[in-house]
Design a protein around this ligand. Structure first.
Ligand SMILES: [Zn+2]
Length: 244
């Protein structure tokens, strides 16, 4: 029930869900806090008692509450995200944290992680699909930057290694380029680790290398040396390269 002593504030909000909430200041002194109260009626026509900490522009919990408890109200599916947007830098930091920590994309929707964001930042938590989208953008930006570096090089050295992961029954190859920059300092460019289709034979590895070179727009004529172990597939691979 509404406490008549509390100050009632109506804010003009963009997202539709705010139409059904009022923000009130509760408590005295240090205990003073803003809370958002649902103004809708429950199905049995009693006033809804739902309230949550005032969240600025964040509307995730309010939207969820309305969808789950006031099914007669139809909220536009994407309105919240389109109107509030995601701050690019914030989204990129979350995605970089997820990638560097080898966390699943779903971590973005972790209950406590979302709570942390909602309580201590003015940002909106990301969804699983937004993490994927931002990751795609970051990936493409990274590839583009690496292509630019490679295109500026006259010659590069390459180190590579192939191995089989026995439990997964899959073969992989890693590839690193080495070059000198304009200050004659040694630089390395990690092109990544790739799955080899089929066995890690010289011809399968060669096919994969062709795909990687094409991804990075690396001309084979730029490769001045290859360093690898002396496994028979690697020897064949280097021999195949020498014919280019
Ligand atoms: Zn309610």
């Amino acid at each position: 029930m509404m406490d008549t002593k509390t100050k009632v504030r109506h804010f003009e909000r963009k997202a539709s869900c705010w139409r059904y909430f009022v923000t009130r200041e509760n408590g005295e002194g240090d205990n003073k806090e803003l809370r958002d109260y649902c103004t809708l009626l429950c199905p049995d026509q009693t006033p809804c008692s739902y309230n949550c900490a005032h969240t600025g522009s964040t509307t995730t919990s309010k939207n969820r509450h309305i969808r789950e408890n006031h099914k007669e109200i139809s909220l536009p599916a994407k309105e919240n995200r389109e109107q509030t947007g995601i701050e690019k830098e914030f989204a990129e930091l979350v995605v970089k944290m997820i990638i560097s920590g080898a966390l699943p994309y779903q971590f973005a929707e972790n209950f406590f992680f979302k709570k942390l964001i909602e309580k201590y930042t003015s940002q909106t938590p990301l969804t699983y699909y937004e993490v994927k989208r931002v990751e795609d953008v970051l990936y493409n930006e990274k590839i583009k930057a690496m292509r630019e570096i490679i295109s500026s090089l006259i010659t590069v050295s390459m180190t590579t290694d192939g191995w089989k992961c026995v439990p997964l029954k899959k073969s992989f190859i890693s590839l690193t380029l080495h070059y000198l920059n304009s200050m004659w300092n040694h630089q390395s460019l990690d092109l990544g680790i790739y799955l080899i289709e089929g066995s890690h034979s010289a011809s399968n590895i060669l096919n994969k290398l062709e795909q990687i070179f094409s991804l990075f727009e690396l001309e084979k004529s730029k490769i001045s040396s290859i360093t690898a172990d002396n496994a028979s597939n690697m020897k064949k691979l280097v021999l195949a390269f020498s014919t280019y």
